[in-house]
Ligand binder design. Structure first.
Ligand code: NAG
Ligand code: NAG
Length: 327
């Protein structure tokens, strides 16, 4: 299971890694990445971000656009980068000619010096009720993929679309996982596309939001990976000791209901707010530290979820070795 930290946790996570993992060796960190958001004050310069990533041996990052400055700065860094196409560009990119133009301008000049491994088409387009945008998603993904194929890049760069957990109408217990009824038409198209291009399903999962809604009913320890009794799914009998893994399995069960239980799920964002509005419970630097530290520790052990305990060999690894041979 590859996991990317949230935008809001970016700096905090970096600091945290520095404080807590300084004397550990980083075998296994390959599956962890950093979301490098640009919408914030006091962002460090890209060179500084690269230094930090390298010094903590984190090898993956995701950005929320295709900033030429960042793409250039990441050249020859050895860091795998996922780039994002903004939601408002999807409509035009349904057109193959435009998609080809887009890939030629935004990807081709930087690859392979910059190891672009994925393109996120939009972000969380299934929430917000914009049905036109939702309908444009899979056609835009298909055009981008076709454009990559035309340029011989499709074997190196996968195309997917990060979704919010709000796409599920049920997530508890995980085996009851189900996509929202409104998505009954578009979701099979997305899953079919991912299956046929062997791309992973990306989910942005923030257990914090579930906790915030029901702080009296959900144990904080369960949500921040502290030791706790956990819960047993009454149907599968799987034992869950943390909410993030339960959420990931709920997504897999939802996909399985549509016949696509074999797709790989990757966590494209997670994290914990270090500061919230006044009435928000749990949003403290300490709780965010605990969440990040526990998640790092669990993922350093290359852990999967109860439903998919063995981490599926990441295709990206094969891609890396191919790249080594080619270049
Ligand atoms: C706690 O959550 C469970 C499961 O969602 C629900 O059945 C129960 O009613 C909730 N209890 C309270 C006190 O909110
Ligand atoms: C973590 O969140 C809980 C729930 O709101 C709060 O009671 C607790 O004080 C927080 N712990 C720390 C160390 O910030």
């Amino acid at each position: 299971m590859a996991i990317f930290f949230s935008r809001m946790a970016f700096l905090h996570t970096i600091l945290f890694v520095a404080l807590s993992f300084s004397d550990c060796n980083f075998i296994g960190v390959e599956s962890l990445g950093i979301n490098y958001g640009q919408v914030a004050n006091d962002l460090p310069p890209t060179e500084k971000v690269l230094e930090l990533l390298k010094s903590y041996k984190l090898t993956k990052a995701r950005i929320y656009d295709t900033s030429p400055q960042i793409l250039t700065a990441f050249a020859n860094s050895g860091i795998d980068l996922i780039v994002t196409i903004e939601n408002n560009a999807l409509r035009n990119l349904m057109d193959l000619q435009q998609a080809l133009q887009w890939v030629t301008t935004h990807i081709r000049p930087y690859f392979p010096a910059t190891r672009i491994t994925g393109i996120a088409v939009g972000n969380e387009v299934f929430i917000g009720g914009d049905t036109a945008l939702m309908a444009n998603l899979v056609p835009a993904m298909a055009s981008i993929h076709a454009a990559l194929a035309k340029l011989g890049l499709d074997q190196y760069i996968h195309v997917s679309a990060p979704s919010s957990l709000a796409i599920l109408s049920e997530s508890y217990p995980p085996s009851a996982g189900c996509f929202r009824q409104e998505l009954a038409a578009v979701m099979p198209q997305l899953l079919q596309f991912l299956d046929s291009t062997r791309a992973p399903f990306w989910i942005n999962a923030y257990p914090y939001f579930a906790f915030k809604d029901e702080p009296n009913n959900i144990s904080l320890d369960y949500v921040i990976f502290n030791s706790n009794l956990g819960m047993v799914d009454p149907y599968t009998k799987f034992h869950y000791d943390n909410m993030l893994y339960a959420q990931v399995d709920a997504v897999i069960f939802s996909m399985a209901r549509m016949g696509f239980g074999g797709l790989e799920v990757r966590v494209s964002e997670t994290g914990w707010p270090s500061k919230g509005d006044e009435n928000e419970v749990g949003a403290t630097v300490e709780n965010a530290s605990i969440y990040n530290r526990n998640l790092l520790r669990r993922q350093l052990a290359n852990e999967g979820t109860p439903l998919k305990p063995v981490r599926i060999l990441e295709r990206e690894k094969e891609i890396k070795s191919e790249l080594c041979i080619l270049y």
